[in-house]
Design a protein around this ligand. Structure first.
Ligand code: SF4
Ligand code: SF4
Length: 78
């Protein structure tokens, strides 16, 4: 099982689908959803959560502070 090192939570209500976080992620974690939020924007989500390192690039570039980054200690290999 993949070690979880980072995770993001996107506020899908305030996300305006600008894609800045998609471009900023060095490990290609984020994609815009096919679904839209109440304002009609395709919101960001983790398409590849195992690749998240918790680097917080995405949160830093988001103009609306929609992204919260969590860092999780990797568990020892079994
Ligand atoms: S914290 Fe870093 S690795 Fe994780 S989704 Fe954001 S930019 Fe990508
Ligand atoms: S940078 Fe922020 S507003 Fe833009 S798509 Fe990502 S989460 Fe949404």
């Amino acid at each position: 099982m993949a070690k979880v090192r980072g995770a993001i939570v996107v506020d899908t209500v305030t996300c305006k689908g600008c894609s800045l976080c998609v471009v900023a992620c060095p490990t290609d974690v984020i994609e815009l959803a096919v679904d839209v939020n109440a304002k009609g924007y395709n919101y960001a989500y983790m398409k590849n959560p195992d690749a998240c390192t918790g680097c917080a690039n995405c949160a830093m570039v988001c103009p609306d502070s929609c992204i919260t980054v969590y860092r999780v200690k990797a568990e020892a290999a079994v």
